[in-house]
Design a protein around this ligand. Structure first.
Ligand SMILES: [Zn+2]
Length: 135
């Protein structure tokens, strides 16, 4: 699931492993996914993106990001800009629904015995939707 602070899932103890990452992007959480499958016995993955995700159009928030690191973390402008330009391309998801669909396909190829369901949480109506991959 995305790391966004607008939603916290209410999940019973011992029910699921929860991996949160910007945009529900699991490309850089693969070891944790493998651990949940290999050690935790996970058989299915609900990949949950959401609308209005901050990982869409990151470039539009570059100045906010840089200023935030300068003011909140004590970074220099150069450090903050270098950091943004280095990581923006690998964290930009483009489109929430398109990304969660392609990420589900990628995870299925990597873990062929695991069921992967791409889903979208709507922050406006607080409901969870199954993404129609035929679109
Ligand atoms: Zn998000």
């Amino acid at each position: 699931m995305c790391m966004d602070n607008r939603k916290h899932l209410h999940i019973p103890d011992n029910f699921a492993y929860i991996i949160r990452s910007g945009g529900a992007n699991m490309r850089y959480s693969e070891f944790r996914v493998s651990y949940a499958i290999a050690v935790g016995g996970v058989k299915a993955i609900a990949l949950i993106g959401h609308n209005n995700c901050g990982m869409v159009n990151l470039m539009s928030r570059k100045e906010l990001f840089v200023k935030g690191l300068i003011e909140n973390a004590g970074w220099t402008r150069e450090e903050a800009e270098d950091h943004f330009y280095h990581y923006e391309p690998i964290h930009e998801i483009g489109n929430e629904i398109g990304f969660v669909s392609s990420e589900a396909k990628r995870i299925r190829l990597r873990y062929p015995k695991i069921l992967v369901a791409p889903m979208l949480y709507n922050v406006n109506d607080s409901r969870l939707y199954l993404v129609n991959e035929a679109d």
